[in-house]
Design a protein around this ligand. Structure first.
Ligand code: PAF
Length: 282
């Protein structure tokens, strides 16, 4: 496994790989790797000749007052995991490498509409930060393929949209959410849960699964389904931000049968997000 701290050195190696007509896949991460990330890397290895994993905790996607400073940084363990699964290249830039200019005046990538609903409403500026860093990483690595977890469903749509609008020749793949045995979606932020909260946490997934099952059985009263699930989460001690049934492509009001149920809720110090895709029937 080769580790790169600079854009120049990474590009040198990638140029050789590209000259040999090999396919390059990128798996962008913020580190603190868990089994979910490793699945993304393995998926990338199956479809590409060389896989680049980037590890960079991107400050611009954290909103004021969020956990940028305390976000778990576990570089040594991350590199060990990546080595064990035979990752080819790891890119570990520092702040200056990615943001050589003052962060306040750096060029930004904006994906309108999608960036201001749901997580975008509660974390204003978050998706601008994500779109900007992902575009930057795409320009550095110039991958043929990039893989993202479907747990961050809205992020995946934002990235698909920017790739389409900016005509980037990159195939974006979503990878199904990896879950703990009790259903909780794997996330670096699960570390913020206390022991008792950890036991309660799977209720988020259970609630949206229950909504999905009801929709599959023909229930079209989305408003009542949302209201009911929202209040049962509240009663269980969660602080839900949103829990909505929406169109799976636009995140707007459902107009066809392809739906996604999106949810975000605080449990103690952890902000949990999850989603389930569902098809309605006429
Ligand atoms: O999903 C993440 O970990 C981050 O948002 C990403 C895509 C690596 C950008 O910093």
């Amino acid at each position: 496994m080769q580790e790169f701290l600079t854009i120049v050195s990474l590009r040198e190696s990638l140029a050789k790989i590209r000259r040999a007509d090999k396919k390059i896949a990128l798996v962008p991460t913020m580190g603190n790797l868990h089994a979910g990330h490793l699945t993304l890397v393995k998926q990338a290895q199956e479809i590409a000749d060389a896989v680049v994993v980037s590890i960079f905790v991107n400050p611009t996607q954290f909103v004021e007052g969020e956990d940028f400073d305390s976000y778990p940084r576990t570089l040594e363990a991350d590199l060990e995991y990546l080595k064990q699964i035979n990752t080819d290249l790891v890119f570990i830039p520092d702040m200056k490498e990615i943001y050589p200019e003052n962060i306040q005046i750096t060029t930004e990538v904006i994906v309108p509409e999608l960036d201001s609903v749901y997580c975008g409403e509660y974390r204003p500026g978050h998706f601008k930060g994500v779109a900007t860093i992902v575009t930057t990483l795409f320009n550095i690595v110039q991958p043929d393929i990039a893989i993202f977890g479907e747990k961050d469903y809205q992020q995946l749509l934002v990235i698909r949209s920017l790739v389409k609008n900016l005509n980037l020749p990159i195939h974006i793949m979503g990878s199904p959410t990896l879950r703990e045995s009790d259903g909780l979606a794997m996330s670096s932020r699960n570390k913020y849960l206390s022991e008792t909260e950890r036991l309660q946490a799977p209720l988020l997934y259970k609630s949206i699964k229950k909504m999905a099952t009801s929709i599959e059985k023909g229930n079209k009263d989305y408003k009542s389904l949302q209201k009911e699930a929202f209040s049962s989460l509240k009663d269980a001690g969660f602080k839900p931000e949103y829990l909505n049934i929406c169109d799976s492509k636009t995140l707007k009001k459902p107009i066809n049968q392809e739906l996604v149920i999106l949810a975000a809720a605080w449990l103690g110090k952890a902000r949990l997000i999850d989603n389930v895709a569902v098809q309605s029937y006429d």
